[in-house]
Ligand binder design. Structure first.
Ligand code: SF4
Length: 91
């Protein structure tokens, strides 16, 4: 999928880059390495959330693809492998 398709419908306005009536905020430093980042008009945006900085206020962003999660049993989960596992049916 191309970058444009992921931010399909985004337009540059006087206020900034707008998508579905919302002005998007650029990603923050913590987002570096996340697969959900797409570039548009020379800036980087998140395809899942319009205000990336807010996703990091209370801890790690729950949509991040580059942050290893630790389960209750203390096992680290690779988010990419976990999402592939979920797509296969959970095991
Ligand atoms: S999913 Fe989270 S970490 Fe990834 S770009 Fe969006 S806000 Fe940043």
């Amino acid at each position: 999928m191309s970058n444009e398709r992921m931010l399909e419908g985004a337009v540059k306005t006087a206020e900034g880059v707008e998508l579905k009536g919302m002005v998007l905020e650029a990603v923050v430093e913590q987002c570096d390495g996340c697969d959900r980042i797409r570039e548009f008009e020379g800036e980087k945006f998140c395809t899942s959330y319009p205000f990336p900085a807010k996703k990091w206020v209370l801890g790690d962003c729950n949509f991040a693809t580059h942050v290893a999660r630790v389960t209750a049993s203390g096992k680290k989960i690779n988010p990419l492998k976990a999402s592939k596992r979920a797509a296969r049916g959970g095991k």
